[in-house]
Design a protein around this ligand. Structure first.
Ligand SMILES: Nc1ncnc2c1ncn2[C@@H]1O[C@H](COP(=O)(O)OP(=O)(O)OP(=O)(O)O)[C@@H](O)[C@H]1O
Ligand SMILES: [Mg+2]
Length: 406
């Protein structure tokens, strides 16, 4: 049975470090795990494909592994888009109906949203998401769904996420060449939010941070809607590179040292501890102070959160993150990250584990799989929402009535 069948949803996350595929099945009791596959990512740099053939083969291997467990052929999937080429911006637009009030229906909403999206975009960019924040009917702001209401003027505020068309297209091509049709593309933190954020956090104001290997992707929710998105071009790989250079050891050895002994707060590492650090070339390994690892990782962590603070402050959303920060993604596991986040951002921070899916193996219940699981939840929600919409309403409008917790 193909995975396009209404009862299967497949998500593919081609990350900077790992490519992961997850199949969910819709049963009478809701969503349940059906299979997954994970491979090391190849042919990718900072979320952008640099060697197509290598990327195709790592996607193919992850898909085959998932097919083996799920025992279905995977023919369709939703894929995640992330990385430094993503931009987010706010826009608004509206339409007037003359002096007499009119009942608002799909057409009126579509026209208002179309007005909000008509902003000049560079030729190499495309809109990934058009996310309504609020509707304004005459002078009444804060309307979440105006369907059926009366007004002489309808305005809408939207958040628009754009991506470099080439980067998105290359990823779609790689997944296609791996034998899978792409049903939809999702900005990864938007999906991640579905597996880690609680409705009260979205209402109160929260910043979700997906700390991956290649980049740090942000999304801010306020009053249940997306207020801001951004990508900071620093990820776990930068922490590892710093260690590799600072301790004169290979990248793979630095990665192991980071995961085993790392801490973003050097003083949390006992002063007298020593670790064996492999050398490069034929030189023998050396014993070095473990605290040195923290002394190298600490400044990078501070730099990351300082960039984040400046980005959010500039966008005018930092002080609206009343519920604080939620960190997810593999690089958020570095001990001390929460401490650095709280001291720089001056807000509460928590580390998020994804909401589990029924029958899911415990190995997937880790922060580095929050986005993958979120893509299944988001895909499921969008599918339900689409089912309620008229045909041809447009897949980019999918999130319009799919606002979780709204
Ligand atoms: N225990 C740990 N301590 C520190 N860092 C860790 C730990 N576990 C994983 N990481 C780091 O997390 C990163 C991988 O995270 P993740 O799997 O979320 O990235 P990705 O999705 O492949 O990348 P991206 O989202 O940037 O495309 C790597 O840099 C890895 O070193
Ligand atoms: Mg990722």
């Amino acid at each position: 049975m193909p995975s396009r069948e209404p009862n299967f949803i497949t998500a593919i996350d081609v990350g900077s470090s790992k490519t992961s595929v997850l199949v969910g099945e819709l049963s009478e009791n809701g969503l349940r795990y059906r299979g997954h596959g994970i491979t090391e990512s190849r042919g990718l740099r900072k979320g952008v494909i640099t060697e197509l053939d290598k990327a195709v083969s790592s996607i193919q291997r992850a898909v085959e592994a998932a097919e083996d467990v799920a025992v279905i052929p995977i023919e369709h999937a939703v894929i995640g888009i992330a990385g430094a080429h993503i931009r987010g911006m706010n826009s608004h637009g509206g339409i007037s109906f003359g002096t007499r009030s009119r009942e608002i229906g799909r057409d009126e909403i579509r026209q208002a949203v179309e007005k909000a999206r008509t902003l000049p975009l560079p030729a190499d960019r495309e809109i990934l998401h058009l996310l309504p924040q609020e509707f304004i009917l005459d002078d009444q702001a804060g309307v979440q769904d105006p369907t059926g209401m009366m007004a002489t003027r309808l305005e809408v505020r939207v958040h628009i996420v754009t991506a470099l068309s080439g980067a998105t297209q290359n990823l779609v091509t790689a997944v296609n060449k791996a034998g899978v049709h792409v049903d939809d593309t999702i900005f990864e933190p938007l999906a991640c939010a579905d597996s880690v954020l609680r409705p009260d956090e979205r209402e109160l104001g929260v910043c979700l941070v997906d700390l991956g290997a290649g980049s740090c992707d942000l999304i801010v929710f306020q009053q249940g809607a997306v207020a801001h998105t951004a990508v900071i071009p620093i990820g776990g790989d930068h922490f590892t590179s710093d260690l590799s250079v600072g301790m004169t050891t290979g990248f793979a050895d630095a990665e192991l040292l980071k995961k085993t002994f790392g801490n973003a707060v050097p003083t949390l590492i006992p002063e007298g501890n020593e670790v064996e650090v492999p050398s490069v070339g034929d030189r023998p390994s050396r014993m070095m102070r473990q605290r040195m690892i923290g002394e190298i990782l600490g400044p990078r962590a501070r730099e990351l959160f300082e960039f984040m603070r400046d980005n959010l402050r500039q966008a005018g959303v930092l002080n609206h993150c009343i519920a604080g920060f939620v960190l997810s993604g593999g690089a958020s596991r570095l001990p001390g990250m929460l401490d650095v986040a709280e001291s720089i951002l001056r807000k509460a921070a928590r580390l998020a584990w994804p909401t589990a899916m029924a029958k899911m193996p415990s190995s997937l219940a880790e922060p580095e799989f929050s986005t993958l699981l979120g893509m299944i939840y988001y895909g499921h929600r969008a599918r339900l929402a689409r089912g309620l919409q008229e045909p041809g309403f447009g897949s980019r409008m999918k999130a319009l009535f799919a606002k979780k917790g709204a």
